[in-house]
Design a protein around this ligand. Structure first.
Ligand SMILES: *Cc1c(COP(=O)(O)O)cnc(C)c1O
Length: 337
C-alpha cells in the first residue's frame, strides 16, 4: 500500500471505476484479450481523468485558503470543464483561459460540448490565440487577480504537476488491486497522453508498487522524443514525492503514429476508432484524446505487437462531451434520419 496521507485529498470521484472486458472488440480484431478501465466513469460532470487529479489539486487549493482556481486548456478542454465542476463542489470560483488551438473549428466547437458546460458551472472564460506559452499567460492572470485582492490557486494545463499526478498514482494501485481480485495478469496498459500527468502518475505508481506492467502512451500532440522527456520529467518528480526509487526513462513508452494533422484534429484512424468502440462495445470515446489512444491500441493489435494470450487494458480517460463539438467530423459515418 502506498501512503499518500501527507497530501490533502477531496473525494470527487466515484471509485473504483470499472475494469471490464471488451469481448466483442477482441473477437472482431482477432487479437489479444482487450479490457477497458472506465475512468470515463469517474462521475464528476460527465467524468474523465481530470477528476482524479483534481481530488489532490482542489484539496491543496482549499488547504491554502484559496477563494478561486485559475487554469487553462484548449477551447474544448475536458480539464477546464472538470475543474469548473470541482470548483463548484468546493465553493470556489473558477477562471479559465481557453487557447484557440483548432483553427476555424466552427460554431459547435466554439460554443457546445465542454464550453457549454464550463458556462453552466459558472466559470468565467477568456481566450488566447494559439501558440502562446499558456502556463505563463495563466500565471500572469493569477498575479493580476492577486494584486486585486483575490486568493487564486493556479492549476497548470491538464492539471499536470506532481500534485495532480498523484491522482494516477492512486489509479495504479486501484487497477492492480482490481486485477488481483479478478485473477487477471495485465500484460500491457495503453492510453492517450497529452499534458503528461496521467501517464506520469500511472507509471510512477506502478513503479512504486514494483509492478512490471508496461504502459504505452499514444501521443495526441507531440513527437515521441519530446513526449517521452516530458512524461519522464514529471514521473521522476512524482516518484520522488511518494518516496519511490529513481524512475528509469526506459519505463516511459510513447507511440506518436496516431496524431494526424495535430492536436484537436481527428485523423482517419481516430474516427475509425471512435466508431469501432461505439459499434462493437457501446462505448463513447472522444475525438481528441481517447480516439487517438484507442486507434493506437487497434494499430498495435493489427501490427501483431501483442501475443494472442496477452491481457491489454485500455485506460479510458473520458472526453466524450467533446463529441457534440465535433459532430461534423462524423457526418460520413452516420446515416441521416
Ligand atoms: C486531458 C485528457 C487526456 C490526457 O491526459 P494528460 O494527463 O493530459 O496526458 C486524455 N484523455 C482525455 C479525455 C483528457 O481530457
Amino acid at each position: 500500500m502506498l501512503d499518500l496521507s501527507a497530501f490533502p485529498r477531496l473525494a470527487l470521484s466515484h471509485g473504483p471505476t470499472p475494469l471490464e472486458p471488451m469481448a466483442r472488440l477482441s473477437a472482431h480484431l482477432g487479437g489479444p484479450n482487450l479490457w477497458i478501465k472506465r475512468d470515463d466513469c469517474t462521475g464528476l460532470a460527465t467524468g474523465g481523468n481530470k477528476t482524479r487529479k483534481l481530488e489532490f489539486l482542489i484539496a491543496e487549493a482549499v488547504a491554502e485558503g484559496a477563494d478561486m482556481v485559475v487554469t487553462h486548456g484548449a477551447v474544448q478542454s475536458n480539464h477546464v470543464r472538470q475543474t469548473a465542476a470541482a470548483a463548484c463542489r468546493a465553493g470556489l470560483d473558477c477562471h479559465g483561459l481557453l487557447e484557440r488551438r483548432v483553427p476555424d473549428a466552427g460554431d459547435a466547437y466554439d460554443n457546445s460540448g465542454n464550453v457549454f458546460l464550463d458556462q453552466m458551472f459558472g466559470a468565467t472564460l477568456e481566450y488566447r490565440a494559439a501558440g502562446l506559452d499558456m502556463n505563463a499567460e495563466t500565471v500572469r492572470v493569477v498575479e493580476t487577480l492577486r494584486a486585486a485582492g483575490r486568493r487564486p490557486y493556479f492549476i497548470p494545463g491538464g492539471g499536470s504537476n506532481v500534485i495532480g499526478a498523484l491522482g494516477y498514482v492512486v489509479c495504479a494501485e486501484e487497477l492492480l488491486t482490481q486485477a488481483a481480485a479478478m485473477d487477471l495478469k495485465i500484460d500491457w496498459i495503453v492510453m492517450g497522453t497529452g499534458s503528461t500527468g496521467t501517464q506520469a502518475g500511472l507509471v510512477a505508481g506502478l513503479h512504486a508498487l514494483n509492478a512490471a506492467v508496461p504502459v504505452m502512451g499514444v501521443s495526441v500532440r507531440r513527437e515521441k522524443p519530446v513526449q517521452i522527456a516530458a512524461v519522464h520529467s514529471l514521473a521522476e518528480k512524482t516518484a520522488a514525492a511518494i518516496g519511490a526509487d529513481a524512475l528509469p526513462v526506459e519505463k516511459i513508452r510513447v507511440d506518436d503514429g496516431y496524431i494526424g494533422a495535430g492536436y484537436g484534429l481527428p485523423a482517419d484512424s481516430t474516427i475509425e476508432a471512435v466508431m469501432l468502440a461505439a459499434r462493437q462495445e457501446g462505448i463513447l470515446l472522444d475525438p481528441v484524446y481517447t480516439g487517438k489512444g484507442f486507434a493506437g491500441m487497434v494499430g498495435m493489435v493489427r501490427q501483431g505487437f501483442f501475443k494472442a494470450t496477452d491481457n491489454v487494458v485500455f485506460l479510458h480517460t473520458g472526453g466524450a462531451t467533446a463529441l457534440f463539438a465535433y459532430e461534423a467530423f462524423f457526418s460520413d459515418q452516420i446515416q441521416p434520419a
